[in-house]
Design a protein around this ligand. Structure first.
Ligand code: ATR
Length: 274
C-alpha cells in the first residue's frame, strides 16, 4: 500500500512541534507514513487546499494564520469547529474535505490526565478572548462547567464570546479579576502573557481558594510565571504541554488509522526540545 501522507501548514511553520509528535508515533506504531511541515503563505492557502487530494495527502493540521481560512474553505465541519469558529485538523471523508477542531479535546484531556474531576471544581475564570479562549470555553461548556467568567483587556471581545457561547458564560474587565477569583475552582490563561519574550502575570493566583486548579495553555516555558506563582501558593497546577500532545491524537487516528497514546516518553522528548 502507498505511504500515507499528512502535513502541518502555517506561516511561518518552522517552530512547529507537530512533526516531532507525529514522527514519534509513526515510528512507534511502525506505520508507513509521513508527516511534514509545509510553509504556505496566506495568498496561496486556498490553492494548497484544492491540491491536497491530487498530492496524495490523507489530511493534515492547520495553524496560524490559516485556522479561520480553513474554517471558511472546507466542505464539512465537525461540531467543535462550528462552535469554535476555527479549523485545526483536515481529513477526507465520504469524498469531502472535512475540517475539525481538536484544541478543546486537547485542553480537556490534559486536565483529565493531571487533575481528574476538574470539571466539578467550581466556577472557571478564563483569561483572554482570542481563538485559544474559544476552544477552552467550548471544552468547559462540553464538560458541564456552569459558570465561566471571561476576563479580557478588551472587554468587547469578551462580550462577543459571552454572546457566542450563551448561558453561563460572562464577560469581565481585567480589573475585576480579583473578585472573580475569590470563589473560582479553575483559572485558565489563554493569553500569550507569560510566554518567553512576553512580560508578566495576568492574574494573581493568591486570591484563589485552596482547592483551585491553575492551568496555562502556554507551554514555553513549561512553568509560566502564573503557574510558578500558583505553585508557590500551594495550588494544583497543570502546564500546557499536554494540550499540545492531546490535540494531535484525533488527527493521527484519522490519517493513519491508529489511535496514538500520549506517553511520558513523548512528553520527555518534546520537553527536551523546548
Ligand atoms: P489566540 O488565538 O492565541 O488566542 P489572539 O486571538 O490574538 O490569540 O488573542 C490573544 C489574547 O491575548 C487576547 O485575549 C488579548 O487581549 P485583547 O483582546 O485585549 O487584545 C490577549 N493579550 C495579548 N497581549 C496582551 C497584553 N499585553 N495584555 C493583556 N492581554 C493581552
Amino acid at each position: 500500500m502507498a505511504e500515507k501522507r499528512a502535513f502541518v501548514t502555517g506561516h511561518p511553520i518552522a517552530h512547529s512541534r507537530s512533526p516531532k509528535i507525529h514522527g514519534h508515533w509513526l515510528a512507534r506504531y511502525g506505520i508507513d507514513g509521513s508527516y511534514r511541515a509545509i510553509d504556505v503563505a496566506p495568498d496561496d492557502f486556498a490553492a494548497f487546499l484544492n491540491g491536497l487530494r491530487d498530492n496524495g495527502f490523507q489530511g493534515g493540521n492547520v495553524t496560524i494564520p490559516h485556522k479561520e481560512a480553513a474554517f471558511a474553505l472546507v466542505e464539512r465541519r465537525d461540531e467543535a469547529a462550528e462552535a469554535i469558529g476555527a479549523v485545526n485538523t483536515l481529513w477526507f471523508e465520504d469524498g469531502k474535505l472535512w475540517g475539525g477542531n481538536t484544541d478543546a479535546h486537547g485542553f480537556a484531556a490534559n486536565l483529565d490526565d493531571y487533575a481528574p474531576g476538574w470539571a466539578a471544581n467550581g466556577p472557571a475564570v478564563v483569561l483572554g478572548a482570542g481563538g485559544a479562549s474559544r476552544a477552552v470555553i467550548h471544552a468547559l461548556k462540553e464538560r458541564g462547567v456552569g459558570d465561566i467568567r471571561i476576563v479580557n483587556r478588551t472587554l468587547a471581545r469578551a462580550e462577543e464570546l459571552s454572546h457566542r457561547f450563551g448561558a453561563g458564560v460572562s464577560a469581565h474587565r481585567a480589573d475585576a479579576v480579583g473578585d472573580l477569583l475569590a470563589d473560582a475552582g479553575l483559572l485558565v490563561n489563554t493569553t500569550a502573557l507569560g510566554m518567553h519574550g512576553n512580560e508578566g502575570l495576568s492574574a494573581d493566583p493568591a486570591g484563589l481558594p485552596d482547592h483551585a486548579i491553575v492551568t496555562d495553555i502556554v507551554y514555553v516555558p513549561l512553568e509560566t510565571p502564573l503557574l510558578a506563582a500558583a505553585r508557590g501558593r500551594g495550588l494544583w497546577t497543570v502546564d500546557g504541554l499536554g494540550m499540545l500532545l492531546h490535540q494531535a491524537v484525533p488527527g493521527f487516528e484519522r490519517w493513519f488509522g491508529t489511535r496514538p497514546e500520549v506517553t511520558a516518553e513523548l512528553r520527555r522528548m518534546i520537553i527536551a526540545d523546548i
